[in-house]
Design a protein around this ligand. Structure first.
Ligand code: ADP
Length: 492
């Protein structure tokens, strides 16, 4: 097995203590930005604990120790060493803590030699073994604490067996009375494995078999839905959608909906704020919105050879079916044909090669009205949120969606499909107090029709500017969401 090539800075034995003034919350997750991120899960676990701490709580994160750059650029203390079993395999694990709590919360990494210390977060053949051993270690460690946590908050299926282990594994009896919360960021992935591997779960009461199982397999996400004291989804509409569309778990969500609630994600204004955005050459406050947006648009259009006098529509995201990115090429063609060359499009993203190829081949009909950047470019994404007039999100599935929230903060009007968090955060202009464009179906005709409406609206300058001003002031801060989670924990 490969050995770690880092040196622990010091060795201190650590026992977490309780503070009666605050809640002690433990987040268990496979991802946490900026340590390791593959999607929105990482963003949430990287921000929520900091905001919970700012409210006077003690919120900490436990995650696997991968070999990501963060590991080598920070200092670590060893706080615990022990051993456990994964079936017949005996393994040793080490808990290291980031010395300075640089992210605004205590960060604990679980190191299991040869199993977790890899460069990627997911995608290995032994992911089942990796995440089972991770969860066993996390629960085994917590079970040894003198003061037990006030709540254990697990995220997605990679931590989904934790509520079962806390309640039904003989070795972790001390944790049976600790409340657990599951947050579902994406229910498409459930981490199922076969009953042959049931010995991975430390000895448990065999009468509880049903609490692990879904449709003939051990299903960590289903198990967490059954065993966690409360279940949250990252938007209310996504929760309703799960009852009719959740990759086989529909009856379970229907049955358990009484303990489920939707809590919308927040956005981190220390990163996403046009007044202080370190990626922007032209920063702007709400009072200089029109000027700031015009300067950023001019810069963006000059970089991509687009005409700044036309409304600029952008798409930013993974080029996959879930995001409706496969619709874009035909939407752009149809818009030019049926709405006319009255707008420009700029696409930033990477993903399925067929979609990337089609988007590249659209350059042939660009005539200065279309451009794309195929790849990942954080700086460009910030400039696009700042310089665009409209953000297009024709998503098929969007549990919460962060892009529309970033766009609104930057005064860019969202054009979205009515699904999940998009439904909850964007009200169509045709409705009372509306401020965006929305449509029902992930279909070329629906998207093109919404684009037509947006192009017409662009020319109603006074109204257009008033709406831009309005959306920059909408509150999607973490303060609100973090308070909702605390309220939920206190309901136990
Ligand atoms: P998710 O994976 O959470 O479903 P996305 O992949 O669309 O959603 O993007 C989420 C975040 O990643 C947003 O901050 C968005 O701006 C950013 N992002 C997505 N694709 C790119 C890209 N190609 N370049 C830069 N930022 C991107």
């Amino acid at each position: 097995m490969p050995q770690n090539n880092y040196i622990y800075e010091s060795v201190k034995l650590f026992v977490p203590t309780a503070n009666s003034q605050s809640m002690h919350i433990v987040h268990i997750s496979a991802e946490c930005y900026p340590i390791a991120k593959a999607g929105g899960l990482g963003d949430v676990v990287g921000s929520l604990p900091r905001f919970q701490n700012e409210m006077g709580n003690r919120s900490v994160v436990i995650m696997p120790m991968y070999r990501t750059p963060y590991l080598y650029t920070h200092e670590w203390d060893v706080v615990h060493k022990s051993s456990a079993n994964l079936g017949h395999w005996f393994f040793e694990y080490t808990i290291i803590k980031e010395s300075t709590s640089a992210q605004g919360f205590e960060l604990y990494l679980i190191d299991i030699n040869g199993l977790l210390d890899r460069e990627r977060v997911y995608g290995y053949e032994d992911d089942t073994e990796r995440f089972c051993a991770f969860q066993i270690s996390a629960v085994h460690w917590m079970n040894s604490w003198e003061h037990l946590p006030g709540v254990v908050h697990v995220h997605d299926h990679h931590a989904g067996l934790v509520p079962f282990m806390m309640q039904h594994c003989y070795a972790f009896k001390r944790l049976a009375s600790v409340p657990s919360v599951l947050t579902i960021h994406n229910a498409q992935y459930q981490g199922q494995f076969s009953w042959d591997k049931s010995i991975y779960v430390p000895q448990w009461d065999s009468w509880k078999r049903g609490m692990l199982e879904w449709e003939g397999s051990i299903n960590p996400l289903a198990s967490a839905v059954k065993c966690a004291w409360k279940v949250t989804t990252v938007s209310t509409t996504y929760l309703h959608e799960l009852c009719s569309m959740s990759n086989g778990l529909e009856p379970l969500f229907e049955y358990e909906k009484g303990k489920c609630i939707g809590i919308l994600n927040g956005i981190d204004y220390s990163v996403w704020d046009p007044e202080h955005d370190r990626y922007l050459d032209h920063r702007y406050a709400p009072s200089s919105l029109e000027k700031g947006k015009a300067e950023n648009k001019a810069l963006l259009c000059s970089q991509f050879g687009l005409n700044p006098s036309k409304p600029l529509m952008v798409f930013i995201g993974r080029l996959v079916g879930e995001k409706g990115a496969d619709l874009l090429p035909q939407v752009i063609r149809d818009s030019f044909e049926f709405v006319g060359r009255r707008m420009s499009f700029l696409v930033l993203g990477s993903g399925e090669s067929s979609i990337e190829h089609e988007l590249r081949s659209l350059n042939e009909i660009s005539m200065g009205d279309y451009a794309s950047y195929i790849g990942y470019n954080e700086r460009l994404s910030h400039l696009m949120y700042a310089g665009a007039d409209y953000l297009l999100m024709p998503s098929r599935v969007e549990p919460c969606g962060l892009n529309q929230l970033y766009a609104m903060r930057y005064g860019t009007i969202p054009i979205v499909r009515k699904t999940g968090g998009l439904y909850d955060t964007v009200i169509d202009l045709g409705e009372c107090h509306g401020y965006g464009f929305s449509f029902l179906h992930a279909a070329v005709g629906d998207v093109t029709q919404a684009i037509y409406r947006a192009v017409e609206f662009y020319h109603e300058k006074a109204f257009f500017n008033a709406i831009r001003q309005k959306i920059t002031g909408l509150d999607y801060s973490w303060d609100r969401s973090a308070a909702e989670y605390i309220h939920l924990y206190k309901s136990f």
